[in-house]
Design a protein around this ligand. Sequence first.
Ligand SMILES: Cc1ncc(COP(=O)(O)O)c(C=O)c1O
Length: 404
Amino acid sequence: MKGRIADMLAAQGKHISFHTPGHKKKGADITELSYSDNLASPTGVIAAAQADAARILGADVSFFTTDGSTSGVYAMLRALRSGGVGRLAVPVSSHVSVLRGAELAGLELVPVAQEFSCGIARQPTLAAVRAALEGADALLLTSPDYYGFFPELANIAALMQAQGKPLVIDGAHGSHLHGTALHASGYAQMWVDGVHKSLPAMTQGAVVSAKGEWAARLRESIPYFRTTSPSYPILASIEYAVKYPRNERIERAAEEAKRALGALENPDWSKIVLPFGEKSGDARRYLEARGVYPEFDDGNYLMFYLSPATKLRDLKKLVRLAGRLPRAAVRDARLERAAGGGKTVALAPRQAVGRVCAQTCGLFPPCVPLLFVGDVVSEEAARRLAGAVSAFGLAEGKIIVYEA
Ligand SMILES: Cc1ncc(COP(=O)(O)O)c(C=O)c1O
């Protein structure tokens, strides 16, 4: 691995550790020492690496975080609050980090309506954003989403500018797009780049960035959500990933693979989304038995996540294996709302059909709510939760519903 931080780690001389971490092993996993700078108040290699990242990502300031995009989202939300935002418009199918971070920051959420089609929540339209903005001081969008779709970035950014309200982007899935017209930097005042997801960084590596007046507020907010003992291997990998060259060969091959496999047509080369409907579990088990692991199985789609480091031969194997698997129609889990309240009970998904959900839950990933409090549990939602590899908001696999 190359980069300022990686080079600093590689240049270590004789090293007898009387410092943390307690494993006392030689190598990259060190702590803040006289030569290794300090993420909390950087003046050396980390400062230089973050400045490089800001230039590459199109920001005025960028901050590395070893706590995933989650901590970047939290920091952006706190910065919004300290900048006077009280009501934040967010699409209803936002990631749990957005919902939890808003609660932490004391922001009131204004839902932006989303249509559901082909089994997924679609990006909100400009009209839906405009309607939500009537009651909100700022907007947070996810771009791209886990399925590789983008909101109308240019139109929405123009609307925000006309209204003088900040736009914040959860780019947990968009770091590979820096330098292109689809990257968050062209539209948002603050955004997070989830470099560990779509660039070759270690898990938990992310960057949160800001422009203009928001830079100082983000700088003030980020320490609240970062560990004081960041992992140097992760820091080095973030820098390496941000500087990793674009791989147009794999981008072209991905687009060809999507066509060959009949994937969902999306504008993000890095996300191959294959519709299997209720056969998704069978398809996943078949592929996993042959060593091919998708990012997730949402009960409708298998999602295959690529990055510039994806190997062509691995992509070819995916095409060979996935192309021959049987498929079923994808289904929507469209839900009705109903009044509920009082005592709650935990029921196995299939027993919960027809009851009113009392605790927001969903599959993990994509980690966006499938059922909100007040939704009537549909057969389709129950099917997906019952077949989930992992989920959030359930109690030992059971859905919390109102008793009556
Ligand atoms: C849209 C979105 N935002 C934020 C996050 C949080 O990212 P991380 O897992 O890096 O904390 C995720 C994770 O899957 C996500 O899908």
